[in-house]
Design a protein around this ligand. Structure first.
Ligand SMILES: *Cc1c(COP(=O)(O)O)cnc(C)c1O
Length: 297
């Protein structure tokens, strides 16, 4: 008897047959004018889909990757941010904000409910630099009042940028980014648009672009490793410049090299007081030692 597998998960959702066929037919080189034309068309159609005149950026990452990109590019360590949460995905904002060294004020409601605007108003401080919320909290199905929060920020003359995770909200609920004044709206590929996971997109307002210019997230490591240990690693490239560094491990590298660079990294990170939760000597080394012991027999 045939047992047909059917996805009934909230995401990934079952693939649209047209998307499956398009992927099966795709045989296109990504550094050609043909690809550039297709990509330009997709970006412009994404603007229509999102319903914005703002730039839309497409990332080859999970939705959570786009959430991380928003936090890392729009905040600096020590910033005071406000997170509205009533479920698992709201908690992801809290985790990300803390991981990037922000002080997170959290307004929460029990799972299955939403947060009142009065509670958001009470938690909003004059020095709040960013507000994070889900359009729809997929872990419970609850919709947050994004429009109300945007209006509140305007009424309070807040400087905070408003970042909305609409990974399940886009295509399912009414969102008017430009009219409401949302600064970053995040979408994914595997929910309402019925494509496989692994693509995400962010619509970015001019205010958000301006804010990114002021973000001070870590660029310290790369320099410290070179000056202290003569260890050369590379910074991120292009848009990721300043937000990541890269340590090679392909080629003529062995166990001793890897352990040494992790140890050096801990020295630099601790000395620079990088905003990594629970940062202390030995943690990275212990983790690496365990992986080595498990995998290499
Ligand atoms: C699915 C989902 C995410 C996470 O997306 P991934 O691609 O699995 O990282 C984040 N936020 C919401 C609201 C979601 O529904």
């Amino acid at each position: 008897m045939i047992r047909k597998t059917r996805l009934f998960t909230p995401g990934p959702t079952p693939l649209l047959p047209a998307a499956q066929f398009a992927m099966a037919a795709a045989d296109i080189h990504h550094r050609t004018p043909e690809f550039r034309a297709l990509f330009t068309k997709v970006l412009s159609q994404l603007k229509d889909f999102v319903g914005t005149s703002n730039d839309v950026i497409l990332l080859s990452s999970s939705g959570s990757g786009a959430m991380e990109a928003a936090v890392s590019n729009l905040t600096s360590p020590g910033d005071r941010v406000l997170v509205v949460t009533a479920g698992k995905f709201g908690e992801r904002w809290v985790g990300l904000a803390k991981a990037f060294g922000c002080h997170a004020d959290v307004v929460s409601a029990p799972y299955g409910q939403t947060v009142s605007l009065d509670a958001v108003k009470a938690a909003l401080k004059p020095d709040t630099t960013a507000v994070f919320v889900q359009a729809t909290e997929s872990s419970t199905g609850v919709r947050h009042d994004v429009k109300g929060i945007a209006e509140l920020l305007k009424a309070e003359k807040s400087e905070a940028v408003l970042i909305v995770d609409a990974i399940t909200g886009l295509g399912t609920t009414h969102l008017d980014m430009d009219a409401w004044g949302v600064d970053v709206l995040i979408g994914g590929s595997q929910k309402a648009v019925m494509m496989p996971p692994g693509l995400s997109y962010l619509a970015v307002s001019q205010r958000a672009w301006d804010r990114m210019e002021t973000s001070k997230n870590p660029g310290v490591i790369v320099k410290g490793l070179k000056s202290k240990f003569a260890a050369i690693v590379t910074d991120g490239q292009g848009e990721m410049k300043g937000s990541l560094f890269r340590i090679a491990h392909i080629g003529f590298f062995d166990y001793l090299d890897t352990i040494a660079i992790i140890g050096a990294l801990e020295q630099v990170a601790v000395a620079a007081k990088l905003p990594v939760p629970g940062l202390e000597f030995g943690k990275g080394l212990i983790a690496a030692q365990k992986v080595f012991a498990e995998r290499v027999k």
